[in-house]
Design a binder for this molecule. Structure first.
Ligand SMILES: [Zn+2]
Length: 481
């Protein structure tokens, strides 16, 4: 009995050698091209050092981006293949007018199994939310060695072998639940890209793709000198490698105790929405980092800003309805497209609100509303509604018997091209986001804001900021250089 089983197994193995399934052949070819199956499987650590850029996804001048980036120096990505640990250290310097100032910032970004963590320049480690940790876990496999190694595992399910243009492509489902698409060059067999799907709060289901180029010989392996990562169509990381070390000293890649001992962070914190009536029919809805303003017209309500995410936006909408239950909430005025300010737009649409925004955002919001959110279904995915939108070019007035609000584009701001501010002429209030945040260490946008205030001859007593506390106009003027 024992003998016959072995004989059958031997026959199956021989048959397998003679006819490797095409999905397995793609992975085998990739391993051979990288230096051979045995060499690839023997790798314990890899350290990549170099320089490059981080794109400014969701925070650039326009939704389509204008090339704002952080220049990266001292870039070092260390991967311990066997333990599933990775740590990226880098110093980033903005090539644009950044709200925290132009000085360089050192970053340490790590993943250790399921624990994602950051280490601040002062050495304080903190655990990152689980969703971000999942993305970072996937990023560990956005390298030819790690993805091909994982794909060689016989427990990895390979499927859907195909050829497209000059690539052979295969899907790989790893035993840890992560899924990837691996593409190799039909001629050289070297990996050209790896793709994984992720949930982006603003963009929904997005492909995160890292492409590999300029392969060089390193210790009997071929490794790429150029690694470029895109989220959807936006470039987020572009690294040119100056030094690669295989099985050298990767350092201690274990997550710091402060991160491993912290509880997993499943989602955003519960929303806290405070309400302060700052003039008749105008409420400041604060409580956390991003505020909103509720405005009461004769027969309806309008919000300024539904920020951040579903949690915050839906809580702000609920507070508006609680404050004035007898009037319908119809509109939301969006200050600009930056992801932390537009992250609640989908929630607002799910509640039937019409979105008022600067004209340059119209295409982007139409796209954002129509995108699939199957990985992380949000309020709009569960309750689909069409986008109702009104756009502002340079100015618009919302006026009835009870209330007047003038909306102005903040022209020429170095913060964004899509900014609107809201001015209440009778109450002498100005609502703005990001271009004056009271208490900020630096104020790189206030000179331009003052130009816009003067251009429209606005008479202001108080500034009502989306970040920070309500501040007398005289205090704002002190921040203008
Ligand atoms: Zn902004």
């Amino acid at each position: 009995m024992k003998t016959s089983c072995l004989a059958i197994l031997a026959a199956v193995a021989l048959g397998g050698c003679a006819q490797t399934p095409p999905e397995r052949q793609i992975v085998n070819d990739a391993a051979d091209a990288l230096g051979g199956r045995a060499r690839v499987l023997a790798v314990k650590t890899v350290v990549i050092e170099g320089a490059g850029i981080n794109g400014n996804l969701g925070q650039d001048m326009t939704p389509d981006t204008t090339g704002q980036a952080f220049a990266l120096s001292g870039y070092r990505r260390a991967i311990d293949v066997a333990t599933g640990r990775m740590r990226i250290e880098q110093t980033r310097t903005p090539n644009f007018t950044y709200f925290q100032g132009q000085q360089s910032q050192k970053q340490v970004l790590g993943i250790d199994g399921a624990v994602g963590y950051n280490i601040a320049p002062n050495g304080t480690a903190s655990r990152i939310p689980s969703a971000a940790a999942n993305d970072r876990r996937a990023d560990l496999y956005h390298h030819p060695l790690t993805i091909v190694r994982a794909a060689l595992d016989t427990a990895t399910i390979l499927s859907n072998p195909r050829t497209h243009d000059k690539e052979r492509i295969v899907d790989a489902a790893l035993t840890n639940g992560l899924k990837f698409t691996l593409a190799i060059d039909v001629a050289t067999k070297l990996p050209t890209r790896v793709v994984s799907m992720a949930d982006n709060l603003n963009l929904g289901d997005v492909a995160i793709e890292t492409s590999f180029g300029d392969y060089q010989d390193v210790n009997g392996l071929k490794l790429p000198k150029r690694l470029t990562t895109k989220t959807d169509k936006w470039t987020t990381v572009d690294i040119t490698v100056s030094r690669q070390t295989v099985d050298g000293d990767a350092g201690d890649l274990a997550a710091p105790a402060a991160a491993t001992s912290a509880a997993p962070i499943a989602g955003p914190p519960p929303a806290v929405v405070t309400a302060q009536e700052i003039a008749k029919g105008i409420w400041f809805l604060a409580g956390q980092s991003h505020h909103s303003v509720l405005v009461e017209f004769a027969d309806h309500l309008t919000l300024i800003e539904t920020p951040q995410n579903d949690t915050r936006a839906l809580a702000v909408i609920a507070k508006a309805k609680e404050l004035r239950p007898d009037k319908p909430l119809r509109l939301v005025i969006n200050t600009h497209h930056h992801f932390d300010h537009s992250g609640g737009i989908r929630a607002a649409v799910s509640e039937g609100l019409t979105v008022i925004t600067q004209k340059a955002n119209a295409t982007f919001y139409q796209d954002a509303i129509s995108r699939s959110h199957s990985i992380g279904p949000d309020a709009l995915a569960k309750n689909p509604k069409p986008l109702k939108i009104e756009t502002v070019d340079d100015e618009m007035t919302l006026k009835d018997a009870a209330m007047t609000v003038n909306l102005y584009r903040i022209a020429g701001s170095p913060h964004a091209d899509t900014l609107l501010m809201a001015y209440f002429p009778k109450e002498r209030l100005l609502v703005e986001a990001d271009v004056f945040s009271p208490g900020a260490a630096v104020n790189p946008y206030t000179a331009n804001l003052l130009e816009n205030i003067k251009k429209h001859d606005l008479k202001i007593d108080r500034i009502v900021p989306i970040h920070g506390t309500i501040t007398p106009y005289a205090e704002f003027l002190k921040t203008v250089p």
